[in-house]
Design a protein around this ligand. Structure first.
Ligand code: NDP
Length: 307
């Protein structure tokens, strides 16, 4: 059975950054990048808020470059999904794609999170052409335009107020007659004049043409069907952290985010660390994920030194 010192799970900004630091530290990391190399960022187009790129950078290019940087220092990057783990004793045992066993002295979990979508065919069709699950990433492209945000939680309120600063008008599509968000966030929405809340509404279809999204067809609880004209359609109905496979051993919060210790990336299992969106319900940015990947690799280095 193959034995590695540092196993990194996840090919997003957190995983690749961890691989850069771990390989430069001589830890000969092996990284499994799963089904979606590059992570969530690859579902967007241009990244304009990653420092160091004054003109913005293509998301796939950015992730490809991070990957290439890790390879340059000797990281062993492989395609494969971790399908089960046993963290009950050391070295840790993991199974790749349901068949290949591997043991590791230290593990960095950087499996990210996935934005939830409504599941409409029209929503899929216009993904990246007006449909987005990240206002901070894509809001800027809708400057002085009208957009819609789906959801009534803290994320939706936060994204709607963020977009209201950039866009002409923001519709919030809320499926009940109340928000789920905290009172403070609700107040923020109420005090933002260019946000209009459409209560009791569900999205029937995202409308569009060759240029992208042009509107949304909504159905209200009383049966009324109507259209609104928007250029952007933002989903903010929650994220699902990719932590299921670790839950038997690793503590998570009620939403499935891995709990890390204070400012560190340590989990409840000594030798297992978590970085990026899988442990971050708040910030969820490429730059914050990369930063925590760096922290995790430095902590693994320290951990392996004291073993
Ligand atoms: P939440 O689960 O809190 O809210 C999801 C929202 O989307 C709800 O309003 C829900 O409606 C709605 N929704 C879910 N599915 C659908 C659907 N299929 N169609 C239409 N609407 C749908 O997720 P958030 O991402 O907002 O927040 C996750 C966690 O992160 C929360 O604990 C939140 O407090 C926290 N958070 C904190 C922030 C802060 O403190 N600054 C910022 C962002 C998040 P319904 O209410 O009817 O279920």
């Amino acid at each position: 059975m193959e034995s590695v010192r540092c196993l990194i799970i996840g090919g997003g900004p957190a995983g690749y950054t961890a691989a850069i630091y771990a390989s430069r530290a001589g830890l000969t990391p092996v990284l499994y990048e799963g089904m979606e190399p590059g992570g969530q960022l690859t579902t967007t187009t241009v990244v304009e808020n990653f420092p160091g790129f004054p003109q913005g950078v293509d998301a796939n290019q950015l992730m490809g470059d991070m990957r290439a940087q890790a390879l340059r220092f000797g990281a062993d990057i492989r395609r494969g999904t971790i399908t089960s783990v046993d963290f009950s004793e050391k070295p840790f045992r993991l199974v790749v794609d349901g068949e290949t066993e591997i043991v590791a002295e230290a593990v960095i979990i950087a499996t990210g999170a996935a934005a939830k979508y409504l599941g409409l065919p029209s929503e899929r069709k216009f993904r990246g052409m007006g449909v987005s699950a990240c206002a901070t990433c894509d809001g800027f492209f809708y400057r002085k335009k009208d957009v819609a945000v789906v959801g009534g939680g803290d994320t939706a309120c936060e994204e709607a107020t963020y977009l209201a600063n950039i866009c002409k008008k923001v519709y919030m599509i809320v499926r009940r007659d109340v928000f789920r968000a905290s009172v403070a966030m609700q107040e923020k929405v109420k005090n933002t004049p260019n946000i209009e809340v459409l209560w009791n509404c569900n999205t029937q279809e995202v409308l569009g043409d060759d240029s992208g999204v042009t509107g949304v067809r909504l159905v209200r609880k009383d049966g009324k069907v109507f259209d609104i004209t928007v250029d952007g359609f933002f989903l903010a109905i929650g994220h699902h952290p990719n932590s299921d496979v670790f839950k038997e051993f690793i503590n998570t919060d009620e939403n499935g985010y891995i709990i890390t210790e204070g400012k560190s990336t340590k989990t409840n299992v000594d030798g297992v660390f978590a970085a990026g969106d899988v442990q971050d319900p708040s910030f969820r940015q490429a730059i914050t994920a990369a930063a925590s990947g760096c922290k995790a690799a430095l902590e693994v280095e320290k951990y392996l030194m004291t073993k």
